[in-house]
Design a protein around this ligand. Structure first.
Ligand SMILES: *[C@@H]1O[C@H](CO)[C@@H](O)[C@H](O)[C@H]1NC(C)=O
Ligand SMILES: *[C@@H]1O[C@H](CO)[C@@H](O)[C@H](O)[C@H]1NC(C)=O
Ligand SMILES: *[C@@H]1O[C@H](CO)[C@@H](O)[C@H](O)[C@H]1NC(C)=O
Ligand SMILES: *[C@@H]1O[C@H](CO)[C@@H](O)[C@H](O)[C@H]1NC(C)=O
Ligand SMILES: *[C@@H]1O[C@H](CO)[C@@H](O)[C@H](O)[C@H]1NC(C)=O
Ligand SMILES: *[C@@H]1O[C@H](CO)[C@@H](O)[C@H](O)[C@H]1NC(C)=O
Ligand SMILES: [Ca+2]
Length: 472
């Protein structure tokens, strides 16, 4: 159902019903799965370009793993391991030369669901008290954006000290992502925190958590997580109902986007589970690391210029299939002869289709689609959020920072100042709730926008506030 094909008020009604329907099913918002579509305008059939991104998927299929020290995997020479709980129970054999008894690193990424599980295992803590440290480095040779929790499943006890690091530059530099310890203060001189204590303002803080290191109950509690969804929820609400709010934030806050972006991850195992404060020096075969599964969900970062990312078997590497006349592994620059204006990342705004910010041919000036600029909404191409003339910033908000953000009047907040800051009596909600009045305002504009072209558009501009009031 496309409004541009219809005319006048009837079309407005259609749009309103579409918009309302979308409000009820916000999951339909912002798939960003289409990069372009054909539309009819006054000039005939033309292309309409939209921000787009590949679907999120299981990323562990596309990585290379390296271990440091390289010979830390068990089985050469063969070893027998005892359990942590009972030093007399020693039936865990590792022999690298026998398929059934070998525990190579691939077994952290194979299809799980088999019983018994398959796992990678390190050699034991033979050199105690020298630390037993292992680095497990996961490399994509491609920028990816994490979309779900990283989950590491241990078949040994969970480590007493561990550090998750990430790189954004293909492994040249590393920064901590999260610290894990049975005692954060002792291990890293950090106060223990849980992800639930984070707020929108402290979202980017690197924390040390004691949630995933508790010793003996490991039979039931085998996973170590890096919580992505809980962090998303700080903007999108607990059920991730309001993705619009999250996308808006990702668009306007570069640090936030980068926070979820990686080229490599490194799991630094610093101290194995010991189950007690004392290490049993007479039986060091009880102490080792074993990991059966690592989950990493994400999507290729294509700067909103591609909806597909393919694995090139020859290069052993992921790459975006760039649209919008962009090129490069991340669609991070304009194609040759398409430097009519500087390259720019696509934008999630306005919701739901965003702004493509296509590269344009060097011989053309900036594209003026129809005459929309005279109505003040044309500069979609530069990721402008707000517009004073069209009152896109609501509740008295004004445009700031080259129209990239609304400056809200006191008492209001949100990308378009659409939300009331909690004030006065009654409970104060920290999360943006689903029933946001008027958050779909930009959506309405998106559908109505084509109608605003030409003289009938002027009429509609006048009618628009009425429509908006009805919907909100
Ligand atoms: C693990 O990597 C870090 C750098 O991130 C390095 O300092 C450390 O020496 C490495 N440890 C091992 C056991 O290779
Ligand atoms: C790994 O190799 C180094 C030297 O190459 C050696 O010192 C070390 O003992 C080996 N470690 C294991 C666990 O085999
Ligand atoms: C210690 O380890 C060995 C195997 O290395 C095992 O045979 C023995 O029973 C273990 N327990 C004790 C208490 O020595
Ligand atoms: C990463 O990809 C580039 C090509 O884009 C290639 O030249 C390079 O060798 C790759 N690096 C690794 C470690 O595979
Ligand atoms: C990009 O360039 C090709 C020709 O190289 C052209 O057909 C296409 O319409 C251009 N625009 C976009 C946004 O793809
Ligand atoms: C756009 O408006 C200008 C005047 O502002 C006019 O000259 C031009 O013909 C218009 N273009 C179209 C496609 O309507
Ligand atoms: Ca496995």
């Amino acid at each position: 159902m496309r409004c541009p094909a219809m005319l006048t008020l009837q079309a407005v009604c259609v749009c309103v019903s579409v918009c309302v329907a979308m409000q009820q099913y916000p999951a339909a918002w912002g798939h960003y799965d289409v990069c372009k579509s054909q539309i009819y305008t006054e000039e005939g059939l033309t292309w309409d370009y939209m921000a787009c991104q590949p679907e999120a998927t299981v990323m562990t299929k596309y990585l290379t793993v390296s271990l440091d020290p390289p010979n830390i995997t068990c089985g050469d020479p063969p070893e027998t391991y005892c359990t942590l709980e009972n030093p007399y129970m020693c039936n865990n054999e590792c022999d690298a030369s026998t398929d059934e008894l070998a525990h190579p690193s691939e077994l952290m990424f194979d299809f799980e669901g088999r019983n018994p599980t398959t796992f990678w295992q390190s050699s034991s803590w033979k050199k105690y008290p020298k630390p037993l440290e292992v680095n497990i480095t996961l490399s994509w040779n491609k920028t990816i954006e994490l979309t779900d929790d990283i989950v590491i499943t241990f078949e040994s006890g969970r480590p007493e000290q561990m550090l998750l690091e990430k790189s954004l530059d293909y492994g040249k530099t590393w920064i901590p992502y999260q610290f894990y310890a049975t005692d954060c203060l002792d291990a890293f001189t950090m106060d223990p925190k849980t992800v639930n204590e984070l707020t929108q303002r402290t979202l980017l803080d690197i924390i040390c958590t004691e949630d995933y290191s508790r010793g003996y109950v490991w039979k039931y509690d085998k996973t170590v997580r890096f919580e992505i969804k809980d962090r998303f929820a700080l903007f999108a609400g607990l059920q991730l109902y309001n993705m619009a709010s999250l996308y808006g934030q990702l668009d306007t806050t570069r640090n936030l986007r980068d926070f979820f972006t990686v080229t490599d991850l490194r799991i630094r195992l610093l101290k194995p589970a010991t189950g007690s404060t004392m290490v049993d020096e007479n039986n060091l075969s009880r102490y080792f690391y074993a990991i059966s599964d690592i989950k990493v969900q994400g999507r290729c970062k294509c700067n909103l210029h591609s909806n597909s990312c393919v694995f090139d078997k020859d290069k052993g590497k992921l790459g975006c299939e760039c649209e919008h006349n962009t090129t490069g592994p991340d669609c991070g620059r304009c194609k040759r002869h398409y430097h009519g204006r500087p390259w720019s990342v696509g934008s999630y705004l306005p919701i739901p289709k965003g702004t493509a910010n296509i590269c344009i041919h060097s011989s053309h000036g900036p594209v003026h689609r129809a005459n929309a600029s005279s109505l003040g909404v044309a500069n979609r191409n530069q990721a402008h959020v707000c517009d004073n003339a069209m009152l896109l910033c609501q509740n008295g908000g004004t445009c700031h920072h080259h129209h990239k953000r609304c400056h809200c009047a006191t008492g209001f907040t949100g990308i378009l100042c659409e939300r009331e800051r909690c004030q006065g009596p009654g409970p104060c909600e920290e999360y943006p709730t689903s029933g946001q009045p008027c958050l779909h305002h930009p959506l309405l504009f998106h559908y109505l926008y084509p109608l605003l072209l030409g003289p009938p558009g002027l009429l509609l501009t006048l009618l628009l506030p009425l429509v908006v009031i009805r919907v909100c």
